[in-house]
Design a protein around this ligand. Structure first.
Ligand code: ADP
Ligand code: MG
Length: 206
C-alpha cells in the first residue's frame, strides 16, 4: 500500500463511519452516553478534509496527521485512543513509501500498544482492544502460515468479529460502560464494533 491507496482507504473509512454513525451511537446509548458514532463521524469528516493536502507525503505522515486530527476533533475517550493508535502506526512506518503486510502488522502492534498505554487498558475489559488484539494475533498467525495478504486480512476480520461477540459476554471495567458494571453484560462494545468496521474496510479495499 502506498500513500495514494492509503488515502483512498481513509476516504472509504470515513464513508463507512458516516453510514454507520447512528448504529454506533445506538450501541453507545445502551452502555455509554450515545455519542460514539457521532464522535467518530465528526473526526473522520475532518480527516477527509485534510487528505487532499497529504497526497505528496509518505504514509507515515498521513497516519500521523489522521491521528492528530482524531485527537483534536473527536470528543470522548475514543478520539485520543484511536488518535494515539493512528499516530503510533505512523511512527512505526517512518521512511517507508510502500506498506507491506509485515509492515502493517508491525504498525498495528504499535497502535495497540499505544491504545493500551493511553487507555491503561488490557484485553478483557470490554473495549476496542477486544477486537484489536485478537485481530492482530489471528493476522500474525495467518501470515506465519501463509504469506497471502487476502487470507491475512480475512483472518483479522473474522477474529475482530468474534471479539465483538466476546464483548457481549463480559462486564466493562474501563470507560463509561464500566459505570454499569455487571449490567453491561449482554451488550456489545461500540469501540470494538467501530474498530471491526475499520478493519473490514481495509480488508475489502486491499
Ligand atoms: P466516551 O466513552 O468518552 O463517550 P466514545 O463513546 O467515543 O467515548 O467511545 C467509547 C469506546 O471507547 C468504548 O466502546 C471502548 O471501546 C473505548 N474505550 C473507552 N475507554 C477505553 C480504554 N480505557 N481503553 C480502551 N478503549 C476504551
Ligand atoms: Mg460515548
Amino acid at each position: 500500500m502506498n500513500t495514494e491507496k492509503l488515502i483512498a482507504v481513509l476516504h472509504k473509512i470515513a464513508e463507512k463511519i458516516e453510514t454507520e454513525k447512528e448504529y454506533l451511537t445506538e450501541l453507545d446509548n445502551v452502555i455509554g452516553d450515545g455519542d460514539h458514532g457521532i464522535n467518530l463521524a465528526r473526526g473522520f469528516k475532518e480527516v477527509e478534509q485534510k487528505l487532499e493536502a497529504l497526497a505528496g507525503k509518505e504514509p507515515a505522515d498521513v497516519l500521523k496527521s489522521v491521528g492528530m486530527t482524531l485527537v483534536s476533533t473527536v470528543g470522548g475517550a475514543s478520539g485520543p485512543l484511536y488518535g494515539t493508535g493512528f499516530m503510533k502506526a505512523g511512527g512505526a512506518l517512518k521512511g517507508k513509501s510502500e506498506i507491506g503486510v509485515a509492515d502493517f502488522l508491525d504498525a498495528f502492534r504499535q497502535a495497540i500498544d499505544g491504545v493500551k498505554m493511553r487507555g491503561k487498558s488490557e484485553k478483557g475489559e470490554k473495549t476496542m482492544l477486544d477486537a484489536m488484539i485478537p485481530a492482530l494475533e489471528a493476522m500474525q498467525a495467518q501470515w506465519e502460515q501463509e504469506q497471502d495478504a487476502a487470507a491475512v486480512f480475512l483472518a483479522g476480520v473474522e477474529a475482530a468479529r468474534k471479539g465483538v461477540e466476546y464483548t457481549k459476554t463480559i462486564a466493562a471495567t474501563k470507560g463509561r460502560a464500566s459505570y454499569l458494571g455487571e449490567r453491561s453484560i449482554g451488550h456489545q462494545d461500540p469501540g470494538a464494533t467501530s474498530f471491526t468496521m475499520l478493519l473490514e474496510v481495509v480488508a475489502k479495499a486491499l
